[in-house]
Write a protein that binds this ligand. Structure first.
Ligand SMILES: [Zn+2]
Length: 179
């Protein structure tokens, strides 16, 4: 009997996708940059451990610079841990859509910082991450933009962020759907 060959996403591949997404949203990013001097950072985390449901990215206003960090090892672990995919092309699509969601979520945070959000205000809004209105706003913003771009990608993302997993039984159906 042949063993099933599951595919894995890798940090190097995710890094390339982040570069593509950065180009896609460059104009939007430049608009924010007019309000604040801006530096784009892709932080790489060297601790290569499997830890799902941890921080995927973060953004900060620091020393007059707006920064986004992508924790690519966390994202890699999250995707590989949750999904059992044999179709590599499909896994690439999944990771790209997921990264786009993370990027747009963080871009909304940057906009919130431009509009006067501070760490103190953020913490005062809610003790729990899930209930924080700034997080809800960032998620809604990201989902809206993805939906405007593609209803199918939006559906796939909704499935993912609600805990849905991809496997050998559903991967082809989703793959055809999102094209
Ligand atoms: Zn957030």
């Amino acid at each position: 009997m042949a063993a099933i060959l599951y595919q894995k996403v890798e940090v190097s591949g995710l890094e390339q996708q982040v570069v593509l997404l950065k180009q896609k949203y460059l104009q939007y990013f430049e608009e924010i940059a007019q309000v604040y001097p801006l530096k784009w950072n892709i932080e790489k985390d060297d601790t290569n451990y499997l830890k799902p449901n941890t921080t995927m990215a973060s953004s900060k206003l620091e020393n007059d610079e707006l920064k986004i960090w992508f924790f690519l090892h966390h994202i890699e672990a999250e995707l590989n841990y949750k999904h059992s995919i044999t179709n590599y092309t499909f896994f690439e699509k999944v990771s790209l859509i997921y990264l786009e969601f993370i990027l747009l979520h963080e871009l909304k945070h940057l906009q919130q910082f431009c509009d006067g959000l501070t760490t103190e205000k953020y913490k005062a809004a809610s003790n729990k991450y899930e209930d924080n209105p700034y997080e809800k706003e960032a998620n809604e913003f990201a989902l809206e933009l993805i939906k405007a771009d593609s209803e199918d990608n939006y559906e796939l993302l909704q499935y993912m962020i609600n805990g849905g997993k991809f496997n050998i039984y559903n991967q082809n159906e989703w793959n055809e759907k999102i094209n």
